[in-house]
Design a protein around this ligand. Structure first.
Ligand code: G6P
Ligand code: ZN
Length: 542
């Protein structure tokens, strides 16, 4: 019953920032998904008889690829596969399930915040036994194997019913269809004071959570409306749809505009939040008060001890390099180590495993802790709610108080999307060429203090990651960072991260664009963005 199917390599299966992401039509080519899954299995050692977790964000192709994975796992000798009912597992819930079941690893089927549907995106990501994204040595091995593969193994059996909870056999392998929500909701209840949040909501505190027709719907309904007693309807767009209702499940100010407008209205709820396609990102908006992801990380780190799961304090804080330095100020004040890593959650895994950091965050709307090894949208919302329940203050008051204590890191990210790859590469190459000549020069942003291409040495295993983004640092502590996105599926996306720090005694109430205008001009001057891309405006500002 085990077939060995001959195949030929595809040359485009190197995993990016977060697994292999391609258009659905690319994944639909004969052997495409199979080649990648076999390349993953071939890059692993010792999984025979072990457990694999599989699930995804419910997007188009999710169910088909789950059946493929089940048949390939059976043929390759896994002992057991745990699959979320209906093929559903949010990324943080998958991470938790891998950890709590002692699984060897997991395959998460998602293209995160990218749109879904027959003409949109799909993705496959492998997570290791700690529940986190595979580190670069594993993804490099997968990439190398994908270029040499000549066959894959498939169990020739019927499709498994993944809509009924229970166990069945596929060849010699057990398939267990599990409740995707319950274990995760229990984990959340163990970290946060659900009683206090419940009492706050019962006392009239109002919230809105936008699941964006993506995976968090069932989790949010169970936790916010079920366990915390928020009224029905608190969760918007709570049914996962294969095409996310034609929306772009990216919780930013452009794609979550309906929520944003609601939070800015006269009758806005006290708290609004959204999560992305696979449930690992978060957007936080207080009543009339948007919180940037970098600020959110800083506030959560400064107040985490108010939640039972973090009452003993933090071991350290980690952020990706382009994330603002707001969390650094908190770490300094709390006497905690602060780690600056390259972009990509995978870089936090070693720090969390080593007990060096407790809370991590990224400007790309990801925040999380050592409770799993992925960022976690609902976790971030619950930590905010727990803090609000204890402090009994509005989000706006908490933000104002934070800036008065630590100062404010004005911050914005400008994205130039779908530019030709050669143009984007040329822009970055030109920037890299002039790094040595920039220090000491003056432009609209001020005097350049230093300029470099960020490199990271992992303090736990000394592995080195180079070329992680060009940084231009000014003498007043401001900076502009340039890097190319590693998650797009069309052309290239240039990201420009702009940051200016103002101390507690400075001007804390400026409009962000006003505060950043000189640095935005400096980015144009140094990188000639308009010249290379032909775009005089970014496509998205977050
Ligand atoms: C994914 C990863 C994040 C990372 C982000 C960066 O969402 O899970 O950890 O921050 O990609 O995306 P980019 O498009 O900037 O490479
Ligand atoms: Zn995501």
């Amino acid at each position: 019953m085990i077939q060995t199917v001959a195949t030929q390599p595809f040359t485009d299966q190197k995993p990016g920032t977060s697994g292999l992401r391609k258009k659905v039509r690319v994944f639909q080519q004969p052997h495409y998904a199979e080649n990648f899954v076999q390349s993953v299995f071939d890059s692993l050692d010792g999984y025979e008889g072990q457990t694999l977790v599989v699930g995804g964000d419910g997007r188009y192709l999710n169910r088909e690829v789950i059946q493929t994975v089940l048949k390939m796992a059976a043929a390759n000798g896994f002992g057991r596969v745990l699959v979320g009912k209906g093929g559903i597992l949010s990324t943080p819930a998958a991470s938790h399930l891998i950890r709590s079941s002692g699984a060897f690893g997991g395959l998460i089927l998602s293209a995160s915040h990218n749109p879904g549907g027959p003409d949109e995106d799909f993705g496959i990501k492998y997570n290791i036994g700690n529940g986190g994204p595979a580190p670069e040595k594993v993804t490099d091995a997968i990439a190398a194997r994908s270029l040499a593969i000549d066959s894959y193994k498939l169990f020739d059996g019927p499709d498994v019913d993944i809509d009924a909870i229970g166990s069945s056999l596929l060849g010699g392998m057990t398939v267990e269809v599990v409740d995707p929500v319950a274990g995760y909701a229990d984990l959340m209840a163990s970290l946060f004071d659900f009683g206090a949040i419940r009492a706050m909501i019962a006392g009239g505190f109002t919230l809105a959570f936008d699941s964006m027709s993506a995976v968090t719907g069932p989790y949010a309904v169970e936790i916010f409306e079920g366990r915390l007693g928020a009224p029905a309807g608190t969760v918007m767009n709570g049914t996962p749809l294969p095409d996310f209702g034609h929306h772009h499940p990216d919780p930013n100010l452009v794609h979550a505009k309906i929520l944003y407008d609601r939070m800015m209205a006269a009758d806005a709820p006290d708290f609004g939040a959204a999560s992305d396609g696979d449930g690992d990102r978060n957007l936080i908006i207080g009543r009339h008060c948007y919180v940037t992801p970098s600020d959110s990380l800083a506030v959560l780190a400064a107040n985490a001890h108010l939640a039972p799961g973090y009452a003993a304090g933090l071991k350290g804080i980690a952020r990706s390099m382009p994330t603002s330095g707001a969390a650094d100020r908190v770490a300094e004040k709390l006497g905690l180590p602060l780690y600056e890593t390259p972009t990509g959650w995978k870089f936090f895994g070693n720090l969390l495993d080593a007990g060096m950091a407790t809370i991590c965050g990224e400007e790309s709307a990801g925040t999380g802790s050592d409770h799993v090894r992925e960022k976690d949208g609902i976790w971030a919302v619950l930590l905010w709610l727990n803090i609000l329940a204890v402090r009994q203050q509005s989000v706006a008051t908490i933000m104002a108080d934070h800036w008065t204590t630590y100062g404010r890191n004005y911050y914005a990210r400008h994205d130039y999307e779908a530019i030709a790859k050669d143009k984007a590469d040329a822009l970055m190459a030109a920037l890299r060429d002039k790094l040595d000549s920039l220090p000491g020069t003056t432009n609209s942003g001020g005097v350049v203090k230093s300029a470099d291409d960020f490199a990271y040495t992992d303090p736990t295993d000394q592995s080195v990651s180079k070329n992680q983004g060009v940084r231009i640092l000014f003498t007043d502590g401001s900076r502009v960072v340039f890097r190319l996105s590693g998650t797009g599926t069309e052309g290239a996306t240039l990201r420009v991260y702009i940051e200016r720090y103002v101390g507690p005694d400075g001007e804390l109430g400026l409009e962000t664009e006003v505060a950043l205008a000189p640095l935005i001009a400096a980015a144009q001057e140094v990188a000639d963005i308009a010249g290379y891309t032909g775009m005089d405006q970014p496509s998205v500002i977050t």
